[in-house]
Design a binder for this molecule. Structure first.
Ligand code: EPZ
Length: 457
């Protein structure tokens, strides 16, 4: 696996040069879902037999998770989009902080390690640019399943109580439908003794994909995708082959880009009912949507302003809030976008305003007045989805844009610039000779000072 340090700093000298105002056309191939592949990798720790994952997206987050598993002693073979994961000989040890800190999904390994080995020791996942990202729901649920948990020097240490050799089933009600907590507890309960019922469970498609794979491994999980999930623990899980579902967030990002550029494109493969809420909002705002099997076609039209409120699945996904806001900046009329999932997921507002948008923000609600045009500029995205929003804004802008923050984009979009250029966008990945000092580049600094222009030497 690639050494993260160099790669990350190298990415910071890269930007997308985008010449806006091109329309897009054609079909774009959607990769496997990042947020499914990550949890499926964690779930592979539940068995000492081989797991073969297909349609795994080539993303830096997946590389990071691979590094974490290899650090535990997992044997990982990568062949393009196929991963062969062999967890026969893993030695439990603390995961190095720098590996976990950069990837919240690594914390989801705790449920699998605890269920299989009776102990797990994982550094607290850091907060990030979009929020504090607490783990209280994970901890409370694991304790209900019979784990003793202490947090010492930022390390979460979990182990079975007393002489117990297995976790035991329990009735758990989540305070909030946390995706990660639901996944952690499903993995832990799959090897517990007896029945576990999780109420107020998250219903995202990635959770359904996890349960699909676990049931192939011999788990007994019922009603995944519903608010109440039932898991009858089994003694052992065996290996299997599994294909990762298509990435609904990547598909939604391309559909929104097509709407913004008044284009006609098709995204495939995709599972249309994974995007119902987004497709409804795109139609309400004037685009024409056609669903056919595992593909969705869109014909962008004059965009009307519509209001959006993010919500847990099947509501409008928080991960498409920023890209959709980029669309609303050029819609006719006034719109309101409310972020109800994360407390700090509006970093793109200031940056979109630097491009000529007219957005005011109050208590996690963005009030947007559509403008006729945006102007290209040089900006750095501050997280994965805000960077995608800037790319969409740049695609419709006059003049040239340089969008930095590719270390975020490459976490969640495979070959983003290649896919966009194949659709007709004028976008290239540039390596700048040098970027001015880290502090001037640092996204937090950028946002604090509202400093949008990067002086590139
Ligand atoms: C997953 O994060 C996704 N990441 C996120 O995608 C996604 O935005 C999020 O779910 C919501 O859909 C992965 O799957 C790897 P949560 P997760 O636990 O599991 C609160 C992207 O861009 N909460 O559902 O961390 C929390 O503060 C990423 O691809 C608690 O209070 O999200 C937040 O407000 C970003 N206590 C809300 O729940 C907890 O113990 C939703 O968080 C856990 C969460």
């Amino acid at each position: 696996m690639v050494c993260e340090g160099n790669k990350k700093s190298y990415l910071k000298t890269q930007n997308f040069k985008i010449i806006g105002q091109n329309s897009l056309r054609g079909e774009v191939k959607i990769s496997g879902a990042k947020n499914s592949a990550l949890v499926l990798l964690a779930a592979s720790l539940l068995t000492d037999e081989k797991i073969i994952l297909d349609n795994v997206p080539l993303l830096t987050d997946i590389e990071k998770m691979g590094n974490i598993l290899e650090n535990l002693g997992v044997n990982l073979q990568t062949k393009n989009h196929k991963l062969i994961i062999d967890s026969t000989n893993i030695s439990i040890k603390e995961l190095p902080y720098e590996l976990v800190n950069g990837l919240r999904a690594s914390f989801f390994c705790i449920g699998a390690l605890l269920a299989r080995f009776g102990e797990a020791s994982i550094p607290l996942p850091g907060g990030c640019n979009i929020g504090k990202r607490p783990i209280n729901e994970h901890i409370t649920g694991l304790k209900a399943l019979g784990a003793k948990i202490i947090i010492e020097k930022e390390i979460v240490k979990a182990k079975l109580v007393g002489k117990k050799s297995r976790l035991f089933g329990a009735n758990i009600r989540l305070n909030c439908p946390s995706v990660g907590a639901t996944e952690t507890l499903i993995m832990a309960a799959s090897l517990a003794e007896g029945r576990t019922v999780i109420e107020n469970a998250a219903r995202e498609p990635e959770i359904q994909d996890l349960c699909h794979m676990l049931n192939k491994m011999g788990a007994k999980i019922y009603d995944s995708g519903k608010e109440k999930i039932i898991i009858d623990g089994v003694k052992k899980l065996h290996g299997c082959s599994h294909k990762v579902i298509p990435d609904r967030i990547e598909a939604g990002t391309f559909l929104i880009a097509a709407a913004a550029t008044s284009s006609s494109i098709t995204v495939s493969p995709v599972i249309p009912n994974h995007l119902e809420a987004v497709l409804n909002k795109l139609e309400e705002s004037g685009s024409k949507i056609t669903k056919k099997g595992n593909s969705i076609s869109i014909k962008g039209n004059n965009i009307k302003a519509v209001n959006v409120k993010t919500a847990p699945f099947p509501g409008f996904p928080t991960d498409l809030q920023a890209p959709f806001m980029a669309l609303m900046t050029i819609a006719k009329g006034k719109s309101k976008i409310s972020e109800t999932i994360f407390e700090n997921r509006m970093n793109h507002v200031e940056l979109l305003n630097q491009m000529g948008s007219s957005i005011t923000l109050k208590n996690n609600v963005a009030y947007i007045k559509g403008v006729n045009k945006l102007k290209g500029t040089t900006l750095a995205g501050s997280d994965l989805r805000s960077s995608a929003a800037l790319v969409i804004a740049a695609l419709v802008s006059t003049k040239v844009s340089h969008i930095y923050g590719l270390e975020h984009l490459d976490r969640g979009y495979e070959n983003f610039e290649l896919k966009l250029s194949q659709l007709g966008a004028e976008i290239t990945r540039e390596t700048t000779k040098q970027v001015t000092s880290q502090s001037e580049y640092d996204c937090d600094n950028l946002n604090k000072k509202g400093f949008a222009e990067i002086k590139v030497a």
